[in-house]
Design a protein around this ligand. Structure first.
Ligand SMILES: NC(=O)c1ccc[n+]([C@@H]2O[C@H](COP(=O)([O-])OP(=O)(O)OC[C@H]3O[C@@H](n4cnc5c(N)ncnc54)[C@H](O)[C@@H]3O)[C@@H](O)[C@H]2O)c1
Length: 355
């Protein structure tokens, strides 16, 4: 079973991410340190019926007293009102500082349950059991937890140490194919920016079906890459921005098309092909990379072209508002090859011409 150890700078001890097929059924020994404690398992209305009982059984098998709390599914759940409901559930379960919260779900559950665990009684133990591919390769690594404020996404947040992450790849079998695709966009991104061998492995596997048997290894590699970025740049001021490859156009597309029309990973997929083309035109990216990335994304069932009818002027204007904008230019991640990248400041006029 692949295991990745993550040391988040600013946090005293590292934590392990265990990755395997069927892990939910066999993870009781990993939970043994919590024998005698209480746990609230936080899920959502989709993950609770699918995996709640199995998770409770694993915890009971380790001698943990459990209760299950299901939130509504979806991004709107990451709000202060649902956070208060979680605190009530923790109080009802008589959770003390010795006890734990288990987040069983995608990034939404991970973020809100993590934020609740961080703030309730100034912090209780946190275990994450991510059940979407995006949460497995991205949000379970790095320590960020958050809820949204009515004025903006993730405005109330913290860096909080989880103690253990359990990734059961088999949970992806019940995940909607579109959600799997959104996670695959992020998986392919890691190959593009940091690991040519991963990119080539995904090319030779060539389909979602062929990927399935080796998914645990691929997820582990993605967690390792994200962990390396987090360790190198814990405050997100430098090299970590490379993780935003494809995001300059992706954010503008999500904004222009209305949030939720495209899943984030789908927008990133389109954005990566565009950024590779920009790099080729600017002489930063070797010719042919964009076609190669496009073929790989298509092999895994992802969109690669922006929908017709979006005004390039409006997209460029939105890109100027990007959080990576510095003065008149937007720091854009361009590939120097498959598996390596660099940040290049581009003016809004340049981006407009490139679109
Ligand atoms: N903390 C971080 O570092 C970080 C990083 C990236 C994204 N995020 C956050 O993650 C969130 C997005 O996460 P997401 O894409 O996982 O979305 P999500 O949590 O909303 O899950 C997507 C949908 O899949 C359902 N689902 C989850 N697992 C399932 C399974 N195994 N089978 C069937 N259905 C399942 C959920 O109920 C939901 O309807 C955003 O809020 C984003 O801000 C956080």
């Amino acid at each position: 079973m692949p295991t990745v150890t993550v040391q988040v700078p600013s946090q005293p001890t590292p934590y392990d991410i265990h990755i395997g097929h069927g892990l939910l059924k066999t993870c009781a020994p990993l939970l043994a340190p919590y024998n005698g404690r209480r746990a609230v398992v936080v899920a959502d209305e989709n993950t609770a019926p699918l995996y709640g009982e199995t998770m409770l059984a694993a915890l009971s098998g380790a001698g943990v007293t459990t209760s299950l709390f299901a939130l509504p599914a979806g991004e709107t759940t990451k709000c202060p009102e649902q956070l208060l409901r979680l605190y009530d559930a923790f109080l009802d379960a008589h959770l003390t500082r010795a006890d734990l919260v288990v987040a069983l779900g995608g990034g939404v559950v991970g973020d809100i349950a993590g934020y609740a665990a961080c703030t309730y009684l100034r912090g209780v133990h946190l275990i994450q059991v991510p059940t979407t591919l995006l949460a497995q390769v991205d949000s379970s690594v790095g320590g960020k937890v958050a809820v949204n404020h009515p004025r903006g996404k993730n405005l109330l947040g913290a860096l909080y140490q989880r103690e253990l992450v359990l990734i059961d790849c088999d949970t992806l079998k019940t995940l909607d194919a579109r959600q799997v695709g959104a996670g695959l966009g992020e998986v392919i991104k890691y190959g593009c920016i940091a690991d040519r061998a991963l990119f080539e492995r995904l090319e030779s596997l060539g389909s979602r079906e062929a990927l399935q048997p080796v998914l645990d290894e691929v997820i582990a590699r993605c967690c390792e890459i994200k962990a390396q970025y987090v360790q190198a740049d814990p405050l997100d001021h430098g090299v970590r921005m490379q993780l935003n490859f494809g995001h300059t156009l992706a954010h503008a597309l999500e904004n222009a098309m209305g949030y939720g029309t495209l899943l984030h990973g789908e927008a990133v997929s389109i954005g990566m092909v565009a950024a590779a083309r920009w790099g080729e035109r600017l002489g930063v990216t070797p010719a042919g990379c964009s076609e190669r990335i496009k073929r790989l994304l298509q092999a895994y069932g992802l969109m690669t072209e922006r929908p017709d009818g979006l005004s390039p002027d409006a997209l460029a204007a939105t890109m100027a508002l990007d959080k990576k904008a510095v003065g008149a230019s937007v720091r854009t991640v361009l590939l120097t090859d498959i598996g390596s990248c660099t940040g290049v400041p581009l003016t809004v006029a340049q981006l407009r011409d490139l679109l």
